[in-house]
Write a protein of this length. Structure first.
Length: 117
């Protein structure tokens, strides 16, 4: 569990990170909540290191993401507050060049998002 930090709306949040995997492939869920317990976003990364050499690494990753927000709605004359979910899919391509034991250069491809409603 991470220390409470400010993410959006200048309110504190809690982030849960977990990494499960082996040398090349990993599953990395990231769950973000407000301190009141309301969900903010869930990310479920699946990452794979295609090339794994001592001085160079090439990795790919993909994750479905879920953003949550509160929305006030009137249904049959009754006002209610609902949590609305926006879904999206993101991919990544990253390279890591190790210059020496204390320095590395990392390059990431701009991320692309597909929003599904």
């Amino acid at each position: 569990m991470a220390f409470p930090i400010f993410l959006r709306f200048h309110k504190p949040a809690t982030i849960f990170n977990l990494t499960v995997g082996r040398k090349r492939t990993s599953f990395e869920p990231e769950l973000r909540f407000s301190l009141e317990g309301k969900p903010w976003s869930f990310l479920f990364w699946l990452r794979h290191k295609v090339i794994l050499r001592p001085n160079y690494q090439l990795g790919v990753g993909i994750h479905p993401g879920f953003n949550f927000r509160d929305e006030d709605t009137v249904i049959k004359g009754v006002e209610s507050n609902y949590i609305v979910t926006r879904r999206y899919l993101t991919e990544e391509l990253n390279q890591n060049f190790v210059i020496c034991t204390d320095a590395a250069l990392t390059q990431e491809q701009p991320k692309t998002r597909i929003i599904c409603r």
